[in-house]
Ligand binder design. Structure first.
Ligand code: NAP
Length: 258
C-alpha cells in the first residue's frame, strides 16, 4: 500500500511530506500551491493519503485567519480533489474542537458547534471533503501528545516545562476536561482504517472518532475551548478496530524519569 502522510514533520505525522522541517527523507511540498500538490500525486500515485498538515494552534489561527483558511480549508479541498482524481483513499485528521463541549460524549453524527476559528476551519475542511465526494474518511481526535522534537509541538508536552520548573508560578485551568491521546495510537488507527478502506474495500462511515478514555483537566486551556468534548469511539469498535490506547500516566512516568 503506497501511503502519503501530509504534515509528516508534525507531532502526528511520521513519514511523508513536510513544509519548513524537511529532513530524514521527507518531501518538501507546499500544500497551498496547487501545482505542487498535483505534481506530488503525478509522481508518487499514493493509494492512501493521511492528511495531517494544518495550522492547529488556535491562537495562531485567530491571529492569521487568511493563512489558516488557505491551509486548513482550501488546501484540504484541493487534496481531496486530487485524491478523487487519482483514486486515493483519504483520511482527514480533524478535531474534537468541532464541538462546543457542552454535551459529551459526542457520537459521529452529533451536531458540531465549534467555539473558535480553529474548530470552524477544521469543520470546513470536513465539509470540503463531503463537497468533493471522493473515497474519504474524517477521523476526529482530541488533544495529542507523544515523542516530540520540542515541547511546544504539543499542548500536552508543553506542560512538562512547568513540571521541570516548579519554582516559576503559572496560571492553570483546572476546569476543562480533555482526553490526551498518544500519537502512536492515532497512527495505528489510521493504518487500520486504511486497511479496511483499501485492502478490504469496505465502505466506511464518513466520520469516525478516536480518543483515549482518561479524562483530565488541561491546565492551559482558555475560555473559548470546549469544556468536555469526549469523542465516542463506538463507530471504530463496530468496525472491529481496536480503540485501546497508551495509558497516559504510565507513558509520562517513563518519560519524566529519563
Ligand atoms: N496536536 C493536537 O493536539 C491535535 C488535536 C486534534 C487534532 N489535531 C489535528 O491533527 C493534525 C496534525 O496535527 P499536528 O499536531 O501533527 O500538527 P503540527 O505538529 O502543528 O504539524 C503541522 C504540519 O503541517 C505542515 N505544514 C504547515 N504548513 C504547510 C504547508 N503550507 N504545506 C504543507 N505542509 C504544511 C507542517 O510542516 P513543517 O513543520 O515542516 O513546516 C507540519 O508537518 C492536524 O490536522 C490537527 O488539526 C491535532
Amino acid at each position: 500500500m503506497r501511503v502519503l502522510v501530509t504534515g509528516a514533520s508534525g507531532l502526528l505525522g511520521l513519514i511523508g511530506t513536510a513544509f519548513s522541517r524537511v529532513s530524514g527523507g521527507l518531501l518538501k511540498v507546499d500544500l497551498t500551491k496547487n501545482a505542487e500538490v498535483r505534481q506530488l500525486f503525478e509522481e508518487h500515485r499514493p493509494q492512501v493519503v493521511i492528511h495531517c498538515a494544518a495550522e492547529r494552534r488556535p491562537d495562531v489561527v485567530a491571529q492569521h485567519p487568511d493563512g489558516a483558511l488557505t491551509l486548513n480549508v482550501d488546501a484540504t479541498s484541493q487534496l481531496a480533489r486530487c485524491c478523487k482524481e487519482y483514486h486515493a483513499f483519504l483520511v482527514y485528521i480533524s478535531t474534537d474542537y468541532v464541538f462546543d463541549g457542552t454535551s459529551p460524549p459526542y457520537d459521529v453524527d452529533a451536531t458540531p458547534n465549534p467555539l473558535n476559528l480553529y474548530g470552524k476551519l477544521k469543520l470546513r475542511g470536513e465539509e470540503a471533503l463531503r463537497a468533493v465526494g471522493g473515497n474519504a474518511v474524517t477521523l476526529r481526535v482530541p488533544v495529542l501528545y507523544g515523542d516530540v522534537e520540542y515541547p511546544e509541538e504539543s499542548a500536552v508536552n508543553i506542560l512538562q516545562k512547568n513540571v521541570d520548573n516548579p519554582d516559576k508560578p503559572v496560571n492553570m485551568d483546572h476546569v476543562a476536561i480533555r482526553y490526551p491521546t498518544n500519537v502512536v495510537d492515532v497512527a495505528r488507527v489510521c493504518r487500520d482504517i486504511a486497511v479496511l478502506g483499501v485492502d478490504k474495500q469496505q465502505t466506511l462511515p464518513p466520520i469516525l472518532h478516536f480518543s483515549a478514555s482518561e479524562p483530565m483537566t488541561k491546565y492551559d486551556m482558555c475560555v473559548d475551548r470546549p469544556l468536555n468534548s469526549a469523542l465516542s469511539v463506538t463507530g471504530l469498535t463496530q468496525l472491529g478496530i481496536d480503540a485501546g490506547h497508551v495509558p497516559f500516566r504510565a507513558w509520562w512516568r517513563k518519560h519524566l524519569s529519563v
